[in-house]
Design a protein around this ligand. Structure first.
Ligand SMILES: Cc1cc2nc3c(=O)[nH]c(=O)nc-3n(C[C@H](O)[C@H](O)[C@H](O)COP(=O)(O)OP(=O)(O)OC[C@H]3O[C@@H](n4cnc5c(N)ncnc54)[C@H](O)[C@@H]3O)c2cc1C
Length: 376
């Protein structure tokens, strides 16, 4: 902005001791700066809150614009699975240094926690997630109560709690579909079993989709795992094939293709099958129980655990309080919002930082155009 409005007195008031300290920690210190969106079928899948705002802002400032901005300043990028983009240096510090260099000429006041907005022509609030939302309470905006998103689940076998037996398989992973019974909340992806429960893409996505629901039920909820991508009939037919091919083998030792042996053994025990039963001995009742476990295995979420210290806030400035094109407060001209302080958040993969870049661009563009109009 200071390049577009030479001579403007622009100040950044930062509560912390250093600017961009959080950015330096993103992506485990590698900064997953954006995503190519190549495997995104619909923005709702990646932005459970704010998809329609993101459609608008991405049309004006896409991941390509983000990359081009940094590339012009010498950064090279590499794309990893799921379209996740990182600096080729694998160093979030490079992104921080480039941004700080671009801010030369702008005053940055660290250690300045703002509690009341300064009296000035334009103010942009970019205070991030829950911890930075204190500032909103005296502003003429509606606030969607903040709750955490992007966490893994502590899992029990019963609603009463206690560690699930599945945690003995920690380190195993399997493509799965997770859902919350009685809701439409479901996610698909790799499920990682940890020593406290479920993590990996399937669990993190569900934590994002179900962020508000889980907060409302105190992070205690049944969760259903579908361990197979196949329908009930297809699953039954796969198991019938295993039975025909392995009559003398123990059921627990001949497993469907691609499923970790330890997980299969666990699922046979969960289906109530004797450890010494062979496929030839398995009757239709046992077969049915096995099919039901594969397509609808029930566990209980009993609390949450932070995922690699990465989390975002679901909630913030209600989008109905801002003009969607400019992100200016409807009730207070000259006051703008960008980034996580808005009720916009995403699943993991670089989508959250892209939301920060795109919304910041929308705000900058509207301030520059308003400034130009006033100074013609
Ligand atoms: C550990 C971690 C890793 C992450 N990794 C990734 C990743 O790789 N890719 C991705 O897309 N997303 C990632 N995220 C999410 C991403 O970092 C955020 O969505 C993004 O930083 C939001 O940017 P923001 O500018 O809106 O807010 P922030 O980056 O949170 O910045 C807000 C700033 O405002 C300051 N502040 C708050 N209140 C006040 C106040 N009252 N006065 C003055 N200053 C104030 C804070 O100190 C902070 O510096 C990660 C999050 C975490 C926690």
């Amino acid at each position: 902005m200071h390049e577009a409005i030479p001579g403007a007195d622009i100040r950044i008031l930062e509560a912390g001791p250093r600017p961009l300290a959080k950015l330096a920690l993103t992506g485990g210190g590698r900064c997953n700066i954006t995503n190519t969106f190549e495997s995104v079928r619909s923005l709702d899948e990646v932005y459970p809150r704010g998809a329609s705002l993101m459609k608008r802002t991405l049309a004006d400032y896409s991941y390509k614009d983000t990359l081009a901005w940094f590339e012009r300043r010498g950064v090279r990028f590499t794309v990893e699975d799921g379209g996740r983009v990182f600096p080729a240096s694998q160093d979030a510090g490079e992104i921080v240094r480039v941004l700080l260099k671009a801010l030369q000429g702008v005053t940055i006041e660290c250690g300045n926690r703002v509690s009341a907005l300064p009296e000035t022509d334009y103010v942009v609030v970019t205070t991030g997630g829950a911890a930075g939302m204190e500032i909103l309470k005296d502003l003429p905006v509606e606030i969607v109560p903040p709750v955490p998103s992007l966490f893994s689940f502590n899992i029990s076998d019963t609603p009463q709690g206690g560690r699930s037996e599945i945690t003995a398989l920690m380190g195993s992973s399997q493509p799965a579909v997770l859902s919350i019974p009685g809701t439409k909340l479901r996610s698909e992806g790799t499920l990682l079993i940890t020593d406290w429960g479920f993590s990996g893409p399937a669990a993190l996505k569900l934590s994002s989709y179900a962020a508000r629901h889980l907060a409302e039920c105190g992070y205690a909820s049944p969760v259903c795992v579908r361990w197979t991508p196949f329908s009930e009939a297809e699953t039954a037919s796969i198991l019938a094939g295993l039975k025909a091919a392995n009559p003398k083998k123990l059921v627990r030792s001949a497993h469907p293709d691609g499923m970790p042996a330890r997980l299969w053994e666990h699922l046979t025990a969960r289906s109530g099958l004797r450890a010494d039963i062979t496929w030839a001995e398995l009757g239709s009742k046992g077969m049915n129980r096995l099919v039901q476990t594969l397509i609808s295995d029930q566990y209980h979420i009993h609390g949450k655990t932070r995922f690699k210290d990465e989390f975002v806030t679901c909630g913030g400035v209600n989008l109905s309080s801002v003009k969607l094109k400019t992100l200016e407060c409807k009730q207070r001209p000259g006051l703008f919002f960008a980034g996580e302080v808005l009720d916009v958040d995403a699943i993991t993969g670089g989508f959250n930082l892209q939301a920060a870049w795109s919304t910041a661009h929308a705000v900058t563009k509207s301030i520059i155009s308003s400034y130009d109009t006033q100074n013609l």
